[in-house]
Design a protein around this ligand. Structure first.
Ligand code: BES
Ligand code: MN
Ligand code: MN
Length: 473
């Protein structure tokens, strides 16, 4: 990044930007933990205050769960409006003993900042907040309006935001949503993500006898719910991970030949991916590369299994119940509710005799695809190249951001997923980190992005020879 007017100011503010992030990361805003409601509230207040101090008009919007923080800069005549979305909630940090330094004691090692939320998503969303603060402090007017929506329930499925989105639609109206909550393709190779997988999560409880039984006296004559659960779980997939539920693949959008060819160029083989996973051997559907499997194919995973004796030594017991938490990653055009009914029929048909089941769907969200040809995409490519020194590649990713398709549907806007993280940042794992230089480059890219987007002047559609850019105004 050389000639941009804010370059020097950004350079000089680096220490302060880092101190800000460290302060925010100290607040353990674990949204799923009801004992941390106060801390979640404190994290919302921290970012609301930061935006207020920079001069934005800020509102903390209560929900049935954790609050939304909304902020905006003034409207700009003839300029576009961008909505920056991110989340201030984080995943639980357990198991704590696997962290090299405390999960909520941000620590710098080898150019990285380690803490829960460093990359997912406090560090990433803060890049946009910092860049707007710098613009406002510079005295040069922002060439577009920027709105922020930073929520506290992304990691638990965004149900409250989804419910409130229709009533918030006017407030959130925008031409494009910008989200930094994903990753670069690899170290040294920035990326723009144009697709995410959807998700459907469940808890299944299998109930057997009314109490735990002696497995010698009763085993073989009473159905063991843990075995029943294992039967049910393994009935869902074959040895390549292909899902065995009738109708599951009916709506799956197949990959195009162009996409497959483009991804092949990114990574000619799967070795590097296997290394980053720490896996000796890879696994998955025949005929697909690792990127194809994790970005564009639906999958099934067991996230947790519980039953019977887990303590020290032997306890020969036939447990009374067993339960599993599991999830499907979905792709366009699969619908989570259709999947739930196909799943329910499958489980009912395969339920062993002698036990009962209770299936509870948790959250569901469809997969998303963004327009790769939009003018905003071009602006983002230029901004990323200027800050990261290399043009971004276009990728899809396998994770889910539940609210994005709802933004597309309700706000009828474009969507830019600009990930500054790295795939080995340990999101959701012990030793989560964010590379400090990527934090600074993210701030720089964001600052340039506002300038690049601001030059996207509206075209008079009635002027002679005028060509309306796709999806602009
Ligand atoms: N930032 C992630 C989403 C993500 C992960 C995007 C990897 C791209 C690559 C987000 O915070 C997340 O973890 N989402 C959850 C959603 C779930 C809890 C409903 C996910 O994907 O598991
Ligand atoms: Mn995230
Ligand atoms: Mn996450």
């Amino acid at each position: 990044m050389t000639s941009f007017f804010l370059s020097e100011a950004l350079q000089q503010s680096q220490t302060r930007h880092l101190e800000d992030l460290i302060e925010w990361l100290k607040i353990p805003s674990v949204s799923s933990d009801t004992s941390k409601i106060g801390e979640v509230k404190q994290a919302a207040k921290w970012i609301a205050d930061k935006l207020k101090d920079a001069g934005l008009s800020v509102e903390t919007i209560p929900t049935q769960g954790h609050a939304l923080v909304y902020a905006e800069t003034p409207e700009v005549a003839n300029g576009p409006t961008v909505l920056v979305y991110g989340h201030y909630d984080v995943q639980p940090a357990e198991p704590l003993e696997l962290w090299t330094s405390g999960a909520f004691e941000p620590t710098i090692r080898d150019g990285n900042l380690y803490a829960r939320g460093a990359t997912d998503d406090k560090g990433q969303v803060l890049t946009h907040v910092q860049s707007v603060c710098e613009w406002l402090a510079s005295g040069k007017p922002l060439p577009l309006q920027i709105k922020f929506l930073i929520e506290g329930e992304e990691e638990v499925g965004s149900a409250n935001l989804e419910r409130m989105l229709p009533e918030l639609a006017d407030k959130l109206a925008c031409d494009c949503v910008v989200i930094s909550d994903s990753s670069q393709y690899a170290d040294g190779q920035p990326a723009i993500t144009y697709g995410l997988r959807g998700i459907a999560t469940y808890e299944l409880k299998v109930q057997g006898p009314s109490k735990d039984l002696h497995s010698g006296s009763f085993g073989g004559a009473v159905m063991n719910p843990a075995i029943a659960l294992c039967h049910l779980m393994s009935s869902m997939v074959d040895d390549q991970g292909r899902i065995q539920i009738r109708g599951f693949y009916d709506d799956v959008r197949e990959l195009s030949a162009e996409e497959r060819a483009a991804w092949k160029q990114l990574s000619p083989n799967d070795d590097e991916f296997a290394r980053s996973a720490g896996a000796k051997e890879l696994f998955g559907e025949k005929g697909y590369t690792a990127d194809e499997r994790r970005w564009a194919r639906p999958t099934f995973d067991i996230n947790g299994l519980t039953s019977g004796h887990q303590g020290e030594g032997v306890k020969t017991v036939l447990p009374a119940h067993a339960s599993a938490k599991f999830s499907f990653r979905l792709v366009p055009d699969q619908d989570p509710q259709t999947i739930t009914s196909a799943l329910r029929s499958h489980l009912e048909a395969n339920l062993p005799k002698g036990v009962t089941m209770d299936l509870k769907p948790d959250h569901g969200a469809p997969g998303m695809l963004a327009d790769t040809e939009s003018v905003y995409m071009d602006a983002a490519k230029a901004a990323i190249e200027s800050a990261f020194g290399k043009p971004p590649v276009l990728i899809r990713e396998g994770g889910s951001i539940p609210i994005v398709t709802k933004f597309q549907e309700t706000l009828k806007c474009d969507c830019l997923l600009l990930g500054w993280g790295l795939s080995d940042d340990n999101a959701h794992s012990p030793d989560e980190k964010f590379r400090i230089d990527d934090y600074y480059r993210g701030i720089a890219a964001s600052a340039v992005l506002w300038e690049a987007m601001g030059t996207l002047q509206p075209v008079d559609p009635f002027a002679e020879g005028a060509e309306l850019p796709s999806k602009l105004w």
